[in-house]
Design a protein around this ligand. Sequence first.
Ligand code: FES
Length: 152
Amino acid sequence: MEEKKQPSTGGSHFVGKKDELIEAKRSFRTLEGRDVLIIHHQGGFYAMDSYCYHAGGTLQNGDIEEIDGKLCIICPKHKYKISLAKGECIYKGTDPREKPPVPRWYSKGVKQRTHTVTEINGDIYLKLSEDTNWIESDYYQGEKGKVERAKA
Ligand code: FES
C-alpha cells in the first residue's frame, strides 16, 4: 500500500477543518500557552491574540467593520478598532494644524499580535508570530496580564 505523504507544516499547529472554522466564524484556541482567536470573515482567515492590547478585553464577540479600507475588529470593551490583517489600532482624529481640521483615520501602529493561517487540503494550520519585538497584546498573554484580566 502506498504511504500517504503528510504535508510539511513547518511549526504550524492544526487548528481544525476549514468547513468547521468557516461555520464557527470565530474560534478560540490555546497554542503553546497562547490564547488565540481565529476569525473567518468575507472569505478570509485571520488570527490574533484573543485579548485586546488596551485592557485585556475579549475580542471574540467584537463586531467586524471595514474602516478606511481595512477590516477591523471592534473591541467590545472600549471600542478600539484593530485591523484583522496586521493588528494595527486605528482611530479617528484631527490634525489641529489643518484649517479647518478634517477628521480622518490615523494608525497607532501594530498593537495586537497577529498570526499566520494557512490551508492545506481543507485543513487549517496556524503558525504563531515569531516577531521578537514586544507587541502590546503580549502583556495579556503573560502571568501578570492574566491575573489582571481575571480581576476585571
Ligand atoms: Fe479593548 Fe479597551 S480593552 S478597547
